[in-house]
Write a new protein. Sequence first.
Length: 339
Amino acid sequence: MESKISCRRVWKLFGSNPTEFLHKQGGNPTIEAINAAGYIPAVRDASLDVLQGEILVIMGLSGSGKSTLVRCLSRLIEPTGGEIFFDGADLLKASAKEMIELRRHKMGMVFQHFALLPHRTVLQNVAFPLEVQGIEKTKRHDRAMEMIELVGLKGRESYYPRELSGGQQQRVGIARSLAVEPDVWFLDEPFSALDPLIRREMQNEFLRLQNLLQKTIVFITHDFDEAIRLADRIAIMNEGVIVQLGTAEELITNPASDYVAEFTKDAPRGKLLTVKSVMTPPTEDTHGDLVLTANDKISTVVNDILDCELPVRVVDADGVTVGSLTRQDVVDVLFKSEG
């Protein structure tokens, strides 16, 4: 799949003359050298690709560098070093004017704090970025109304932000960011300030919109449950470093470090893991009647497996035997985090 955004060895250090320091260190300073020189390492040697049409979630605890990295990807913050490409073009060579145009026309952004204009109606808030673009009033209002209807706020276009609930205000922020028809959508913890029930509702809404629009999305969260619900792939950051990038299933079954294992230990394994990720090589000593497919979720087959003393045959989409699964395999994977 084609990359929409690529970043290679991106650094962001805060302090005096960080670019010169990075150059003197050969572009790859140790954490000891960084600390000794008094720099704050927000992002360290980060490389990743955001694929066309995917939801890439970047997650980590507060201070892990996730928001700084995303701001580097959009050049809201200037990286200290590295390379960033947008549709194959070198983003770090773009002029300030070119970056303004990119953000106005190709990048949508939604943040934790809604930043709505309090003295403007819902319609005026959603139409605001189109107004900045100089689009004629009737056209921008027509486009804004389309987005208001898309996010389920039709009938509230004349309301002011103070007359809306938190979830409704966030919908306005989402509609505003979509009004410019962005190629890439950046969302920085957009639901974290919401109550749990409203947050779940907004996640559902987000997935509905993505199913319709198929945007390329970079989504920041510190909540692993939210990440696994929304993400195609997840990048976990710690102390400015991307410690692992992969699907939720890959992170759970093959954590790259104790840090990742700790992050994923309470994940609902049965709902996430497939038979394919747990099965062992085929064996002749299998249960005769029961056959599983490799892409079955463990949660959907667990009751059948636990009733079988013999290994169960696993087949691929073409019916070819590709592995076997035992009762003990399922017990081990479901209760591994409790061991």
